[in-house]
Design a protein around this ligand. Structure first.
Ligand code: URA
Length: 210
């Protein structure tokens, strides 16, 4: 597994405002959207392209376009949905699938309650969206499902990661073609599975509910 922490002043600035408990839901959603687009720029650095010949008004030249099969973007419901627009802004031709996963707050185990994506992902590049890489349970389960369906290149875009979650992913996804792109690896997880200092419950902050 590859880990890429995006080091950029605009990323740090937006992340600081997201962390601030005084930031309201509308501002949180807008900043999360902008932050995802900045992370998406790095996350798509290896998106597959093919060569094309075109005619400019001046001359013939060779360029590139995104190759087929199209990349698949998979937000993990609920909070990953708040990252979808920011991602497809850079990848408007991507196909979108959905994975509904919930974490049991006592056992911290992840279980799947909804799946909507192609059964066969052979040869597909997949971008999976989940704001918080905390224990790693949700992302590991999601990525194993994507790889079971044949995905051969998976990039997880997360706003924040905990070192414990990164370690779990490195252990459970060893030898798989997985990259994690994040704005920060924070200090640790607390006893309730929250990232410290983190930003609280990403879904609640986005949607203003518990
Ligand atoms: N999920 C969240 O929304 N926040 C955390 O800190 C950890 C998991």
């Amino acid at each position: 597994m590859r880990l890429h922490v995006v080091d950029h002043p605009l990323v740090a600035h937006k992340l600081t405002t997201l962390r601030d408990q005084r930031t309201d839901s509308a501002t949180f959603r807008r900043l999360a959207d902008e932050l995802v687009t900045l992370l998406a720029y790095e996350a798509t650095r290896d998106v597959r392209t093919e060569q094309v010949d075109i005619q400019t008004p001046v001359a013939r030249t060779t360029g590139v376009k995104l190759s087929h099969p199209r990349p698949l973007v998979v937000p993990i419901l609920r909070a990953g949905l708040g990252m979808l627009d920011g991602m497809v802004r850079l990848l408007p031709t991507a196909e979108v699938g959905f994975l509904g996963m919930i974490r049991n707050e006592e056992t911290l185990e992840a279980s799947t309650y909804a799946t909507r994506m192609p059964e066969d992902l052979s040869g597909r590049q997949v971008y999976v969206l989940d704001p918080m890489l905390a224990t790693g349970g949700t992302l590991v389960a999601a990525i194993k499902e994507l790889i079971r369906r044949g995905a051969d290149d998976v990039t997880a875009v997360v706003l924040l990661a905990a070192p414990e979650g990164v370690a779990v992913m490195e252990r459970d996804l060893a030898g798989t073609p997985v990259t994690v792109v994040t704005a920060s690896v924070d200090e640790r997880l607390d006893g309730n599975g929250y990232i410290v200092p983190g930003l609280g419950d990403a879904g609640d902050r986005m949607y203003g509910s518990a």
